[in-house]
Write a protein that binds this ligand. Structure first.
Ligand code: SAM
Length: 301
């Protein structure tokens, strides 16, 4: 087969017409038509020939082809059944790819990765994400329990800015802290609307999350940590002490004040000034005090 260039508009349109495909807004379909972008995503995704790659939403197979050329194996999850025959055609010259017709949010990712990537050195995610479900998909990937080495995704530029923001900045939010729990996020490059068919209304950006090899926050109660972060950002103009009233007892808030003081923060600090390591330290102290209290009560009985 001659080299297939799916970023060439006439080639893409010809294949879409042949298979009766039109882009579907409900699935967030914006297909890449800028030749350099899939290549850069595959490069920045740190893939090597021993790696297994999970792609969410292969679409017409444009990014998939760049991934197949670099990785050992590629597994794609696509929700739109009309794209399956297209992908059989556009990926026919690769024997290291499997397309699975499934909604990513209804897929057991741990089982899928165990089935396909057992012989791969690392498992990585690379995707041009459908923007209507960016955050749920990202959190689903991070919370899947799969030991991903990295997650490289195209998202709305605004979302990439929020996820890579520093504590205290205007863009910093609960999603920044939640992602930082799992890894270190970096914004790599921006992509203009003209790089897609159809052109979205917003700018896009590619970012990579390098997952922690050993999670530094494993010592603390994750549920408590995430509840604290959520509560702190629900009312970000209030002090941390006020936002956590519903979550912590008065004694626990006293303990929190002393830990804040140890970390160099005033007691009226707002939650938006703390990064994930600060929240983890608070959650660890409060979790330990709850455990002590529980064992004391059990001892009294
Ligand atoms: N990778 C292609 C590209 O870069 O040209 C297409 C990217 S397009 C932004 C998003 C893709 O995700 C579409 O193919 C869409 O059908 C697919 N998709 C949308 N929701 C999905 C879901 N819940 N599970 C799996 N795929 C989904």
């Amino acid at each position: 087969m001659a080299e297939m260039n799916l970023t060439d508009l006439s080639c893409l349109r010809e294949i879409m017409a042949r298979f009766g495909i039109s882009t579907k807004k409900k699935y967030g379909q914006n297909f890449l038509i800028n030749r350099s972008v899939p290549i850069r995503i595959a490069e920045e995704g740190c893939l090597d020939e021993e790696d297994g790659v999970l792609e969410i939403g292969p679409g017409m197979g444009t990014l998939t082809r760049a991934l197949c050329a670099r990785a050992k194996k590629v597994v794609c999850l696509e929700i739109d059944e009309t794209l399956i025959p297209v992908l059989e055609y556009t990926l026919a010259d690769f024997d290291n790819v499997t397309v699975v017709l499934k909604d990513v949010l209804k897929t057991d990712l741990a089982a899928l990765c165990a089935e396909y990537f057992a012989d791969c050195k690392s498992i990585r995610v690379c995707a041009n994400l459908p923007y209507y479900i960016t955050t749920p998909v990202l959190m689903y990937l991070l919370e899947s329990g799969v030991n991903f080495a990295s997650v490289t995704v195209m998202v709305q530029k605004e979302v990439a800015d929020r996820i890579t923001a520093s504590a205290g900045s205007g863009e910093y939010g609960a999603i920044t802290a939640a992602v930082a729990y799992y890894g270190k996020a970096e914004r790599l490059f921006t992509v203009s609307p003209g790089s897609f068919l159809p052109a979205p209304k917003v700018e896009s950006a590619v970012m990579r999350i390098d997952m922690h090899e050993q999670n530094p926050y494993e010592g603390c109660d994750r549920r408590l940590l995430f509840d604290m972060v959520k509560a702190a950002f629900e009312q970000r103009r209030k002090t941390l002490n006020n936002t956590l009233k519903g979550l912590l007892s008065p004694e626990e808030r006293l303990l929190m004040k002393s830990v804040l003081w140890e970390m160099g923060f005033p007691e009226d600090v707002r939650g938006e000034r703390l990064d994930i390591s600060h929240y983890a330290r608070l959650a660890e102290a409060i979790g330990n005090s709850r455990a002590k209290m529980k064992s004391r009560v059990a001892g009294d009985m």
